[in-house]
Design a protein around this ligand. Structure first.
Ligand code: AVI
Length: 322
């Protein structure tokens, strides 16, 4: 209802904590300006992201799903009778259904997501769909250390599941930090099942991040709408254009919102000017080689067990052990 929506909005206004305000200011009031990608994922953004996953041009979701489908038995064997399957950034948990249908009956599924309303909704849906499965959601920003409840499952091991190549959205140094955080959470003998996107022709990559229907553009602009609501922003959404470019040297897609005119913007209590064509960086999406990724994981304490890929080598799913 309208009343509930209003109440949710009031709650949300208080939901951006001090650290997030500092992080926002540090990014937006420096040059070049940037905004944290985590603000893509309010309720509207999570729905738009699900639409992106269905786009013809956006190959990662489809390709990862086909890799999973072809090798789910081997993956389930590699997971074993895990205590918990902990999914970082679970979103709609679409990718997890296949695993949930196949993994050992005693595995507890722990979706971790920043969008707590959406998480609750998704967890309720999963409980209806998998009535015998234990589902234990955690609303958390996984880019910060968070606590897992202690495992009630005795000595069974925990496995982190991190699909979708979300690891690619972090700078390599921070990706390594996250991989170490995961390693510490599961301890020695724990597992990591992770999807990562592979280097390929830049035309394929740029089309995937600038689709003909303009859904990715809406997704990018929605970040400003979200910040207007939760961080005292006054972005005029009509004055920015979506830009997605492949950076060959750093092997990554860079997404920007480009100012269409000179304008003044207030965010989190401060004001700055953007000139015409000034670009705000909103997302990085790194593309790896299998060897490069394996090295990064090894440096964070993960030994490669197995890699699955598709015939085009567009995408890879890896199983690692700590
Ligand atoms: C969530 N993440 C893996 C997506 C990606 O491909 O980097 C986010 C995305 N941005 C634009 N399209 C999809």
């Amino acid at each position: 209802s309208a009343e509930n929506a209003e109440r949710a909005e009031v709650l949300e206004l208080h939901s951006i904590d001090r650290d997030s305000v500092i992080e926002l200011r540090r990014g937006f009031f420096s040059d070049p300006p940037s905004l944290p990608s985590k603000y893509f994922y309010d309720q509207a953004g999570s729905v738009l992201f699900d639409e992106i996953c269905e786009l013809d041009e956006y190959y990662p979701t489809r390709t990862e799903a086909s890799i999973m489908g072809a090798s789910v038995d081997a993956m389930v064997d590699a997971i074993g009778p895990a205590g918990r399957l902990i999914e970082y950034g679970s979103g709609s948990s679409l990718k997890t259904r296949l695993l949930l249908e196949h993994v050992h009956a005693d595995v507890t599924y722990v979706p971790v997501d920043i969008s707590s309303d959406y998480l609750t909704e998704v967890a309720e849906g999963l409980r209806l769909e998998f009535p015998r499965r234990r589902i234990a959601p955690i609303a958390a920003d996984f880019t910060r250390p968070f606590q897992l409840p202690s495992s009630g499952a005795g000595r069974a091991r925990d496995v982190v599941y991190f699909p979708g190549s979300t690891i690619g959205n972090f700078r390599p140094s921070f990706a390594a930090t996250l991989l170490s955080q995961m390693r510490n959470q599961v301890g020695t003998g724990g597992g990591l099942l992770i999807g990562f996107d592979l280097q390929k022709d830049s035309a394929v990559l740029e089309a995937a991040y600038d689709d003909r229907r303009g859904i990715t553009a809406l997704f990018n602009l929605n970040l400003l709408r979200h910040l207007n609501r939760v961080a005292g922003g006054d972005f005029d959404l009509d004055s920015y254009r979506h830009v997605a470019l492949y950076n060959d040297r750093d092997h990554r897609i860079e997404m920007y919102l480009e100012s269409c005119r000179e304008q003044t913007v207030t965010l989190a209590g401060h004001t700055r000017t953007l000139s015409k064509s000034h670009r705000i960086l909103t997302e990085l999406s790194h593309k790896y080689t299998i060897d490069g990724f394996t090295e990064m994981a090894a440096a964070s304490g993960w030994q490669r067990e197995q890699i699955w890929t598709d015939a085009n080598e567009y995408f890879a799913v890896g199983m690692f052990r700590s």
